[in-house]
Design a protein around this ligand. Sequence first.
Ligand code: CA
Length: 292
Amino acid sequence: MQKVSKDKVVYTMSKANEPVLYADSGSQIVFETEDALHGQIKSAETGFEGLDWSRVNPATGPVYINGAEPGDILSIKIEKIDIADSGVVVCGEGMGTLGHILKGPAMKIMPIENGMAKFSDKISLPINKMVGVIGVAPKDGEISCGVPDYHGGNMDCKEIREGATVLLPVNIPGALLAMGDLHAVMADGEIGVSGLEVEGAVTVTVDVVKGKCLPLPMITNDYHVMTLASHEDLDIAVEIATANMMEYLTKEKGLTPHDATMLISLAGDVRICQVVDPKKTARVELPRMLLS
Ligand code: CA
């Protein structure tokens, strides 16, 4: 199995980034990843003053997928997520949805043991390991790894977990896949601007899908098919995500636009991935059993 070490990171998704590995469609790859703060917080006493913000949101890669051409779809199955035995969560003044109420920063190092993350002596949380940043190079220019968009990126979607398959558009030859920003625990919204940020490793299987047109990005798992969209305005993100689900239902499943709308209204849960990144991300989850 091929592996990319965590010292091979990028801070933008761009076709200008040199590939650190070449991999065939159908192969398994391990991405070792730094945490989103690049390991800069070693104790709860670390303030934000000493942080090098230019090193935030590193993504490991990029990996050139042999044979991937513009117009193809890159399918990334999340086989396994391994995480370190502790993580860090931060919040502070001016950050996230409650930052206008807070004074100064706070951070917490949380030990992780037996599938639980210790928040305090009284509160422990079950882990829900997920990949915050996963993306490919955009067609032109560069997109910061902190920003989600049509290419994937910092979608901070808790459904990008073991067993899920992420579908992204191939925009340039080789796609240039990169990922990082693992969270041991995160709730929909990520309202404080941080999940339980951990370093770790992600094992994926990549496949190039040819001759198929889907409204991307999408995620599938055993239970749901999901469309995602990111926009500065959450209302518009919801509108795009639901329109993408309608497109999927009409083009792939043969429903009329009216039937698609009614089906989404009845069975498609609209959920928030995150509301704290430069673009906010919404998703629509439709049960797969309705479509079989
Ligand atoms: Ca993130």
